[in-house]
Design a protein around this ligand. Structure first.
Ligand code: EPU
Length: 435
């Protein structure tokens, strides 16, 4: 029998790109879950593995498309990379390339961090500029300036950054803003420089500390990571060696689970957390009237019943409230009892979730870099599309508390940064699945 011909009113055939997460909202979350390793730490430690002619093993690695993509970038440079279970093994004994091409870097902007280690190790590097991004301009001027101060010649030509140096020499480098990427690239380049480098106004994020600990385990000499001043004493390449390093827990994933519980209601215990890493987030949760307690050394328990209180939030560099949780927290403020103001100071365009939340009934107005969020009693399920990783998390959180069914598309973003999020939410009682 021949299949019926499509008529003009038939919906277009479903393609793989339309894969979606479907949530029937209103089911409270109960139970216990464990946080996985931090994406933004592991990707940088993978790049750091280039600093030794040896094998580095990273443990507690989440299964994310970004991790696999970073593996591709390192393979392209000549490293042998194995990603299995929750470990990544990188053998960087022989590097054969100094170029990270556009096809790869454009898919994973974090891979721009190979610039520093490649330059340090090979004296030369050619790395594609990552290109546009949905959430903001994401400049690299501070990376460029820092590497120049270390003595490299750095130029941009035909979409690539070229850097070269006979030798890098340590110096004092002030960053106009505490950029994560610039801190990482400069720190990794300085590991093999002659003499001492001091980075002033460095990013203080826990992922930077994990990266410095990783480099030190490989024979590097970095101190002060986690403060505004990082000191790197250069060592020769011959002194660098492989290491086995654990990835820190993902504080952004912890925040995501906490907000999921606040949206749906219920009582959830999260294990494997470093509570100090999310102090700002917990403090804001308390302001919203929710019970959230830390049980030493690494457990957080949240109990959320009833309506949330509104609160104002401003994103700032660590240890302030993280920009990466700005969209997720908006999903819960959208149903708070009153008005909250959310101000984004890190990116120029990180309110892409707002239009989608409005489709779910949220009352949000944008004014310059602030969102005025007037809480409504309930969101309504709708079809929504995520524009970036954290917007995807926001829409899933919103769906967990909404009336009716929410369908979230744009899942390639989600899979870059969350390992089986929907399965883990389902194990806590959410009615959520992927189709
Ligand atoms: N900036 C400059 N000049 C520079 C570098 C940065 O002006 O040379 C600006 C950027 O344009 C941006 C701000 O500084 O507005 C922050 O940039 P930063 O360099 O700190 O960010 P990043 O290293 O590119 C990492 C995370 C982001 C996270 C930011 C801020 C990774 C892979 N990415 O990006 O994570 O938002 O730090 O904390 O570590 C995410 O996980 O969803 C994500 C986007």
């Amino acid at each position: 029998m021949t299949p019926p011909q499509a008529t003009r009113l038939d919906p277009p055939a479903k393609t793989e790109s339309e894969e979606r997460i479907i949530i029937r909202g209103g089911k409270p979350l109960y139970g216990q879950t464990k946080v996985f390793g931090a994406k933004n730490a592991v990707l940088k430690m993978m790049a750091a593995a280039l600093l030794a002619k040896d094998v580095t093993i990273l443990r507690n690695v989440p299964n994310l498309t970004d991790v696999h993509m970073m593996g591709e970038v390192l393979r392209h440079l000549g490293a042998k990379v194995e990603v299995a279970n929750d470990e990544v093994k990188i053998d960087a004994t022989n590097l054969t390339e100094i170029e990270a091409p556009y096809e790869l870097v454009s898919q994973l902007r974090a891979s721009f961090v190979v610039l520093g280690p490649l330059l340090a190790r090979c004296r030369e590097a050619k790395v594609s500029l990552p290109g546009g991004c949905a959430i903001g301009e994401r400049r690299i001027d501070l990376h460029e300036r820092g590497l120049k101060l270390l003595g490299a010649e750095v130029g941009i030509d035909h979409g690539y950054v070229f850097a070269s140096a006979q030798k890098l020499v340590g110096t004092r480098i002030y960053l106009d803003r505490p950029s994560n990427g610039a801190t990482e690239n400069i720190m990794l380049a300085a590991v093999l420089a002659e003499g001492q480098t001091i980075i002033e106004n460095a990013a203080q994020d826990p992922e930077i500390v994990n990266l410095a600990d990783c480099v030190n385990a490989m024979g590097g000499k970095i101190s002060g990571a986690g403060t505004y001043q990082i000191v790197i004493d250069g060592v020769p390449l011959e002194e660098m060696h492989g290491a086995v390093v654990d990835t820190i827990p993902d504080r952004l994933e912890v925040g995501t689970f906490l907000y999921a519980c606040m949206a749906a209601g219920g009582e959830v215990v999260i294990d494997g957390v470093k509570p100090d890493h999310i102090y700002a987030v917990i403090s804001k949760i308390h302001e919203m009237g929710v019970e959230c307690s830390i049980y030493a050394p690494d457990t957080i328990k949240i109990k959320s019943t009833g309506r949330l209180k509104p609160t104002d939030i401003t994103t700032v560099p660590y240890p302030g409230f993280p920009t990466d949780l700005q969209a997720p927290v908006m999903a819960v403020l959208a149903v708070a009892e009153g008005t909250s103001i959310v101000t984004e100071t890190i990116y120029e365009n990180r309110f892409m979730q707002v239009g989608e939340l409005r489709r779910m009934g949220a009352d949000i107005q944008l004014k310059a870099n602030s969102a005025i969020v007037k809480g409504v009693p309930k969101l309504m399920g709708a079809e929504v599309k995520s524009s970036d990783l954290r917007a995807a998390a926001c829409l899933i959180i919103a769906g967990l508390g909404a009336d009716g069914i929410t369908e979230v598309t744009g899942l390639s973003h989600l899979d870059r940064g969350y390992d089986r999020l929907e399965e883990r939410l389902r194990s806590l009682g959410a009615d959520i699945y992927r189709r």
